[in-house]
Design a protein around this ligand. Structure first.
Ligand SMILES: NC(=O)c1ccc[n+]([C@@H]2O[C@H](COP(=O)([O-])OP(=O)(O)OC[C@H]3O[C@@H](n4cnc5c(N)ncnc54)[C@H](O)[C@@H]3O)[C@@H](O)[C@H]2O)c1
Length: 401
């Protein structure tokens, strides 16, 4: 089959390389730098090997493009574009809208359109389908389905093949064709009764994480006030063989999903007349963690950070990836600078960020560990400053969150 994948980022490129093992894939993206790199067989995504892209190109099964007309003739179109929040932290479907436009303007026959981007329940039925119809000059009877992506970048034990995949179509034909498509490269398909169930499940998975991380971050603050070791408490609670799942305290949540998806759920809830107070509060607790940490560091250092050299260790939002989207390091840097600190950062995996490059892991008066990559040793972090505050629990001997 000819498959078009709209968006060649974490989700789109991952699905493209798996699909290219069995189908002809056109990867459409608006970013010409990414497209030209991909056509040279160079991956920009952890977890997608350049060798896999080269193999797909060599076998004639993959091509990246910025030209919308190249998606003409596709039997299946997968949407994998960003779904961020706008400035008011409301769902921003601008990218979905532009993806719908390119699909509508370039398909030359009926296709199965599958959305993999994360959004609120009703997006497929009430937004994507009508938007494609609005932009289409020719009225084809497209089929529509959802299959939310669950990729965890950098993770090796779960991938496209063995991660259970939810799916549902707007019609039984769409559902059956979606099953047929994914079964060519996924072992475990889970059909649900409507696209809205799949959309809601995806949002709830990440809301569950957001809420539990907030809970454990609140416990970290309570534990510190009471003089109790939070990680030992969590290890102790974790010995219960049922009814408990362990989450770890941290500087907050980052990435494209956990800080964003719960707000999609809260927004749709509020439109339906339900105040999502719990979800909103979890978001606030996590967003406030950097301020809490800056306050602790200030207190431990004579009550003032004015003019002090503070090094942030690890600015990626999680270990062993270069992704800095929504990283709590950013809010922490702001909070420390508000207290008068002179802040630099070290992250050899990220390398360059916000117009500056990774500093030496040395020479600071204070170091605060946000993310500990495997390539950075705990010993080197401990030597980087006389005072080291660790939010990760991985640098023994440092002051712990
Ligand atoms: N990254 C993850 O781990 C993950 C996991 C599950 C779900 N998701 C969801 O998948 C979706 C995509 O996320 P991502 O992480 O792949 O984003 P990304 O930023 O890595 O990639 C998106 C790509 O889409 C391109 N793009 C934007 N608008 C476009 C358009 N109109 N046409 C073509 N290309 C366009 C961008 O240039 C970019 O390369 C989001 O809804 C996200 O919430 C992400």
């Amino acid at each position: 089959m000819k498959i078009a994948v709209i968006g060649q980022g974490y989700v789109g490129l991952t699905i493209s390389t798996f699909a290219a093992r069995h189908h002809q894939v056109v990867g459409f993206d608006l970013n010409s730098v990414i497209v030209s790199q991909l056509n040279k067989g160079v991956s920009h995504i952890e977890g997608v090997a350049s060798a896999d892209i080269k193999q797909a190109i060599f076998g004639g099964n993959y091509k990246a493009t910025t030209d919308g007309y190249e998606i003409a003739g596709s039997e299946i179109v997968v949407i994998a574009v960003p779904t961020p929040l706008d400035e008011g932290r409301k769902p921003d479907l601008t990218f979905i809208d532009s993806a719908c436009k390119v699909i509508a303007e370039n398909l030359v026959g009926p296709a199965l359109i599958i959305n993999e981007s994360t959004s609120y329940p009703g997006t497929l039925r009430d937004y994507i389908k009508p938007t494609i119809e609005k932009y289409s000059k020719q009225k084809f009877q497209h089929q529509y389905a959802i299959s939310p992506e669950r990729v965890d970048p950098g993770r090796e034990d779960f991938n496209q093949k063995n991660t259970p995949r939810l799916y549902a179509g707007l019609t039984s034909e769409a559902t059956a064709r979606t099953r047929e498509f994914y079964s060519s490269f996924c072992d475990n398909l889970v059909e649900v009764s409507s696209p809205e169930v799949a959309e809601a499940a995806k949002l709830f998975e990440n809301t569950f994480r957001q809420v539990n991380i907030a809970l454990v971050n609140e416990l970290a603050q309570i534990s510190h006030a009471l003089g109790i070791d939070v990680r030992e408490t969590l290890d102790a609670a974790g010995t219960k063989p049922y009814g408990f799942m362990k989450f770890a305290p941290s500087a907050g949540v980052g990435g494209h999903c956990i800080p964003v998806d719960p707000s999609y759920l809260a927004d749709v809830a509020e439109k339906a007349g339900i105040e999502a107070t719990f979800i909103r509060r979890a978001n606030e607790v996590n967003l406030d963690m950097p301020k809490y940490i800056a306050g602790r560091v200030e207190k431990d250092n004579g009550g003032s950070l004015k003019g002090k050299k503070v090094l942030i260790v690890g600015v990626a939002y999680k270990p062993n990836v270069a992704d800095t989207r929504e990283t709590p390091a950013e809010l922490l840097i702001d909070a420390l600078m508000d207290l008068g600190a002179v802040v630099t950062w070290n992250d050899p995996v990220v390398g360059a960020w916000h117009g500056s490059v990774s500093s030496q892991l040395s020479g600071a008066e204070i170091a605060v560990v946000v993310t500990k990559h495997d390539v950075v040793s705990a010993e080197d972090i401990l030597k980087s400053a006389p005072y080291v505050f660790d939010t990760t629990g991985k640098v023994k001997g440092a002051v712990q969150l």
